[in-house]
Structure formats: structure tokens, C-alpha cells
Design a protein around this ligand. Sequence first.
Ligand SMILES: N[C@@H](CCC(=O)N[C@@H](CS)C(=O)NCC(=O)O)C(=O)O
Length: 219
Amino acid sequence: MTIIITAFERSPDGGKGLARDTRVRWALEETGQPYEVRLVSIDALKEPAHLALNPFGQIPTYEDGDLALFETGAIVLHIAGRHAGLLPDDANARARAITWMFAALSTIEPPILELANATLLEGDKPWSGERLPLVRDRVRARLGPLSSRLGGADWLDGAFSAGDLMMVSVLLRLKPSGLLGEFPALAAYVGRGEARPAYRRAFEAQRALYATIHREPRP
Ligand SMILES: N[C@@H](CCC(=O)N[C@@H](CS)C(=O)NCC(=O)O)C(=O)O
């Protein structure tokens, strides 16, 4: 059975890899799994066929035979659990790698999303100028301890794992904010993630796709 994931039909970021299908592509590349991509329009996200795959009408989804999953945390954990390359064999190290996945998604990502929303969706509101510094501080409050824990290590807990894949994916969304630059260890960590051949393949696959699609006239 071929694995099928869904992605946006047209890229909101023009192929910069910030949509969440990139992290699933990355996990599939790290573990050497071939996959196909089904593109979904913004309208089709909220139609019954896609809602059957993801009740919240979002991408990415993952289908493998009669298994259908949504939520990138669950998808990446499933891939990492089934195929070698993203989770250590030692049970305790494996549990710690999974802990970092949860930390990325439930402790680090929320303030980063809040910042993205404050900038992109609320930037024109009269109160935005007053609120933005507070939102940026909430991101800093997470990056400081994360940077301290990483210290001078390459990865969060020994060898590269699904925890790093998820953490780097989440931190990548900070690039436009300039905040990563305040934490050089984290900026270098993200750079190491981006330099991995599997990440390069995942990034390039979505970039090339949107480069073609965005040249075509809109239907
Ligand atoms: N927690 C979900 C979030 C999924 C998500 O927000 N997907 C975005 C694209 S990156 C989306 O589909 N947005 C369109 C929408 O919510 O209507 C996950 O990690 O999979």
C-alpha cells in the first residue's frame, strides 16, 4: 500500500515549507518510506470527504491502507514507531524522545502560533502594537529554557530523533519573527535540522510542487 498524505493545493507561504505536511514528509524521508501527496483546496478541506479524514478540516492527513490518521504528532509518532530511524531502541531513550515531541507540540508551538496569529491576522488591529511585545515575550519565555537544555549539544537527547524533527519543525515557524536570532544555540539547532538530507528532500518536494502549481493560472 502506498502512503498518501494531504497538503494544500496552493501554498499559503509560497512553498517555504511552513505548512505542516513538511514535517510528515520529513519523517517519511528520514525513514525511507515512499509516499504520494493528494492536494486539497481550501474549500475541499471543509467538505465531507476530507472531514472524514480530519474532523477539523485541516491538512495534513495520512492514509496507509485502511488506516487514516490526522494530527502531525500522531502521524509522526506512528511513522517513527513503525520504521527505524526516528526513535531509539532503548525504552527509556524512546520515552524521552516522545516527551520532546509532546514538548514541541504542546509547550513550544502554542506561543509560536499565537505570535503568528498576532502578526498575520491581528496586525491591523488598533491594540496590536501594545499586545505584540507581550506575545513575543511569551515565546522568549519558552525559548530560553529550551536553549539552556540544549546547551552545546547537537540534538535534544543524544542522537537525532522524532523529538528533534518535531522541535525543529515548530521552531522553523519563528524565522520571520527574528526571535531565533536571540538564541544562537537554537538557531544553529534549526540549521542542523534543515541541513539533514531527509529534510532537504522533504522541503524540495513541496517547493518544486508549488513552484509548478503557482505558475499555472487559477482555475
Ligand atoms: N494540530 C494540527 C494542526 C493542523 C493545522 O493547523 N493545519 C493547517 C495547515 S499547517 C490547516 O490545515 N489550516 C487550514 C484550516 O485550519 O482551515 C496538526 O498538527 O496536524
